[in-house]
Write a protein that binds this ligand. Structure first.
Ligand code: FAD
Length: 396
């Protein structure tokens, strides 16, 4: 993208000349002029105090922002089932669309998935862009990127949301690059700026120590991926009506550089942490891998599953599927019982949305007590068996 100088704004101060590492600016008649040594590094843009230097696309993109309308949600389906995160995004998308005063549109790709389009409407979509083709039956980066990018370029949505799943994390940056916009990955909160209606995209930054709110000011659409389990799911209403738009798919085998020969599912049992109502999670305070067997007994009693801190996963005591937190899963159970977990910010980022947090820790100053609804100061190897025992007596 070329760099351009706005002659009427340039005052000939030479700040850009000094900042340019490539000797790519000449002063001609007291105006900066970019010469052919320019590599578009942007150093002059930062140096200019008079907004007199732009990237060539900036002016154009700014002019066109009003052409972009509606909130889109990429409805990820696998084996003809809508992924839970897509239902969460339809709920969140509906809220955002209402605040801006626009429509919520679902984007659904696959083969023979007409029924799912109706589900999208029941979950709140006003319109469903339905792209069906044998080459879209299973996800391929090339195929999905091409179809969605072309649709964005044709229809110009204002906001595009995708789940931060393996597929969403692969697809979103490709699409963003193709349509020449930015992307905020792994958001945990989305809001609308009440003044200018721009999307405020919040995500953990700097190792989870701060929350950064990112705004896409000059490009459209505003694109974000959102972590599964963070937003509330939309509630289905079979009585809703909406429009299903069949998208003509212009896709050939040669457009897709990979071929999916077979889908092999992992045979290790997956933990449905994001769906669980009760999670009993263990940390380094367990002291040994066998400690998780005790937690499993408590979880079974409560009809829940076992979660873990990263310290235990890193120690090889339990599989990464169980990890809760910034680099693990974001969970929202009704009850979260943290056993021997200190409450590092990166762990809390993944579980603070739980309705009730119960912490068991022998250190009364452990940070986890700061967010716990109920705190038990004590040795987990005494407290957890006592809880199991108590529950057994209640059941009897
Ligand atoms: P510790 O901090 O060592 O805490 C152990 C606790 O157990 C202590 O509070 C202690 O008082 C208590 N205890 C000891 N013995 C007993 C006992 N017998 N009974 C009761 N209590 C006892 N962490 C995550 O969990 N998830 C993440 O996704 C994650 N992502 C990260 C990403 C980045 C970029 C970074 C830098 C770190 C991340 N971490 C994550 C690591 C995080 O910073 C902490 O190191 C980790 O959460 C600590 O785990 P812990 O609470 O089990 O261990």
């Amino acid at each position: 993208m070329a760099i351009i100088v706005l002659e009427d704004k340039c005052i000939g101060c030479k700040l850009c000349l000094k900042a340019c590492p490539f000797d790519a600016i000449d002063m001609i008649e007291k105006k900066a002029v970019i010469n052919d040594k320019c590599v578009a590094c942007g150093a002059c843009l930062d140096a200019c105090k008079f907004d007199a230097i732009l990237r060539e696309d900036q002016g154009a993109a700014e002019k066109d922002l009003s052409a972009y309308k509606n909130v889109w949600v990429f409805v990820e389906q696998r084996e003809d089932k809508i992924m839970p995160v897509a239902i969460e995004l339809l709920g969140e998308g509906k809220r955002l669309a209402k605040e801006i005063g626009v429509e919520l549109c679902a984007v659904l790709l696959g083969e023979d998935i007409g029924e799912l389009a109706k589900d999208c409407i029941a979950y709140g979509a006003d319109k469903v862009y339905l792209a069906q083709h044998p080459l879209l039956k299973v996800f391929t980066t090339d195929g999905y990127t091409k179809v969605i990018s072309e649709l964005i370029q044709a229809e110009k949505p204002e906001i595009v949301l995708l789940g931060a799943t393996h597929i969403g994390r692969d697809l979103a940056p490709r699409v963003a690059a193709r349509v020449d916009t930015g992307l905020t990955a792994d958001c945990t909160k989305l809001e609308i700026d009440q003044e200018d209606k721009k999307l405020l995209q919040t995500r953990p930054a700097f190792g989870g120590n701060i929350m950064a709110t990112i705004v896409c000011t000059k490009h459209r659409p505003q694109m974000a991926t959102v972590r599964p389990g963070v937003m509330d799911k939309a509630v289905s209403d079979a009585g809703r009506s909406g429009q299903i738009i069949e998208v003509p798919v212009n896709l050939e085998k040669k457009d897709i550089r990979t071929e999916v020969i077979k889908v092999v599912k992992s045979d290790k049992a997956m933990v449905a942490l994001e769906e669980a109502e009760v999670i009993v999670a263990g940390g380094r305070g367990l002291g040994k891998p066998e400690g998780f067997q005790l937690l499993e007994q408590l979880a079974n009693r409560l009809g829940g599953v076992v979660g873990a801190s990263r310290a235990t996963v890193d120690a090889g005591w339990i599989n990464h599927d169980h990890q809760v937190g910034q680099t693990g899963k974001t969970v929202k159970p009704r009850i979260y019982i943290a056993c021997g977990i200190s409450g590092a910010i990166q762990h809390m980022a993944g579980m603070q949305g739980a309705d009730i947090i119960i912490a068991i820790n022998k250190n009364p100053d452990a940070p986890i007590f700061g967010i716990a609804d109920y705190g038990i100061v004590g040795d987990l190897y005494e407290v957890v068996p006592a809880l199991i025992d108590g529950l057994e007596r209640v059941d009897d």
